[in-house]
Design a protein around this ligand. Sequence first.
Ligand code: SAM
Length: 382
Amino acid sequence: MPDILFDDLILDISETQAIKYTGSKLKLLPYILSLSKKAAGNSKNITVFDGFSGSTRVSQAYAKTGYTVFANDIAPYTKVFNTAFLMNTKEPKSYKPLIDHLNSLKPVSGWFTEHYGGDGTQKISANGDGLKKPWQKKNTRKLDAIREEIDALELDEVTKAVAITSLILALDQVDSTLGHYASYLNEWSPRSYNDMKLKVPNLWINKKKNVVMNHDIFNAIKKLPDNIIIAYFDPPYGSNNEKMPPSRVRYASYYHIWTTICLNDKPKVFGKAKRRADTSDIIAGSIFEEFRKSESGRFIVIEAIEKLIKETTANYIILSYSSGGRATAQELNNVLNSYGKIIEIEKINYKKNVMATMKWTNNWIKDIDEDNFEYLFLMEKR
Ligand SMILES: C[S@@+](CC[C@H](N)C(=O)[O-])C[C@H]1O[C@@H](n2cnc3c(N)ncnc32)[C@H](O)[C@@H]1O
């Protein structure tokens, strides 16, 4: 069955803004929006649900396209980003005095500096506790001052979210990491020597009443209104690689520091990366990050996806899947065919700039072993 070229790709995507995030779908936005348009037609007057919003790139793109967005993720930092981007109704420049004020604060040594700040003039091993750090002290001292001030100012929810989002985006620019916070670099990255400076995030005035949710996905879908036309699901798929232990792909531990900055709860920390105690490997992660099989011999993650698809009441579901395991692919294919009609499958390798559209086919699983392919399934719920 020949692959068909995707001729009506939406390339004119409004700009989105986010932290570095494992599994971010920034490069897939044209494909996700095009599939959504296939489902929704030209109407902008529809409501969509982004169930695993993560960096919020997809939620932002949906909102900027003109759809009403329900954006959910279990991560507290995603709630903050979505609140800033999707709920703002003010002129972006109205936040400038607040951001200028936060930038002008006198740096102080506090909880964040104690745990996450290192001296850029010394070898990393010469840090007080001999541990590698994600930021230089000059920047964690700013973080300490700014985060305390944000609480002291008693801002309304959206303004507070804008301030914290601005702080996190600025910290993301001066980190010394590989893009996550489960371990830090041996040598200071060149960018970590820069002075952190907050900017007003790239906000816009939202005309639609978007809704931000911060629930486990199975609770979130129960709370949705019945007019959701498209649900986009991008779960973590810890099971993709059977050899990968769950702790390696757990979002809560990769991005523990953003959770702590949002909550400002000075939690108990442990280990070399000083992760939050509540992200320890002995505490169960998300069921979607589970790589084992259940007693019935099926992958636990596939059972979770089956339940998700079954319980979702949207007219259409767009599901993301990264290639990696033939076994999960075969099972996934069975699930997709049981609960809906697959309308279209996109297979994309954005590193090689290759893509193909497969219609009416189950053949996608035959070459699932090829590396670095991302799949998007558009299905109509039965
Ligand atoms: C692959 S990432 C999503 C990336 C997102 N589409 C983007 O473009 O940034 C998976 C997300 O699922 C979230 N997650 C994991 N388990 C969840 C659950 N049970 N309910 C809701 N969200 C969950 C994680 O916090 C993570 O942000």
